[in-house]
Design a protein around this ligand. Structure first.
Ligand SMILES: [Zn+2]
Length: 174
């Protein structure tokens, strides 16, 4: 399986709206498997296609995995769409594989209903609560070029971006 490099913020790739997937075929399933492999390897609970520089509405997640990257319940969502969200909010301390070492408390709807195409290209609908709901909304945001730091004040966001720029410079210098 292929392991992709994860795009780090700030990067224009992460600010681009992604295109819908037209067909779930074997090529797409290989990409789904590779994205899961990349996510587990990076010890993340979710990964969206733009984070590996692919401009497609596709995300993978697993909010039930064990501490040692042991697989819980891998899930793939193609063309996910939020069709309903609760008024009741939930706050979660979010992080992102594209913004490593930075976390912030973000408020989002507690429950969402999401329509999507699954691994076999079948249309499904899921009602998600708790961490799964937060993770789905975070990853769907990625498909629209939105990062969790976009919900922070300009001041807080700029501090994180400045630190990320510095970090990327150091990575490139290695
Ligand atoms: Zn993220």
């Amino acid at each position: 399986m292929k392991k992709y490099d994860i795009v780090l913020a700030p990067d224009p790739i992460l600010k681009t709206k992604c295109d819908p997937i037209e067909r779930i075929d074997d090529e797409m399933r290989v990409l789904m498997d590779d994205m899961l492999h990349t996510m587990y390897d990076a010890e993340g609970i979710g990964l969206a296609a733009p984070q590996i520089a692919i401009n497609k509405r596709l995300l993978v997640l697993d909010v039930d995995q064990g501490k040692d990257g042991e697989r819980g319940k891998p899930m793939v969502f193609a063309n996910p769409e939020i069709v309903w969200s609760s008024e009741e909010p939930n706050i979660y301390n979010e992080g992102c594989l594209s913004i490593p070492t930075h976390y912030a408390e973000i408020e989002r709807p507690k429950i969402v209903r999401v329509r999507y195409l699954d691994y076999d290209g079948k249309q499904q609908e899921i009602e998600a609560d708790g961490l799964l709901a937060t993770c789905l909304q975070h990853e769907i945001d990625h498909l629209d070029g939105i990062l969790f730091i976009d919900y922070l004040s300009n001041l807080k966001r700029n501090i994180i971006i400045k630190k990320m720029k510095k970090m990327k410079k150091n990575v490139q210098a290695l």
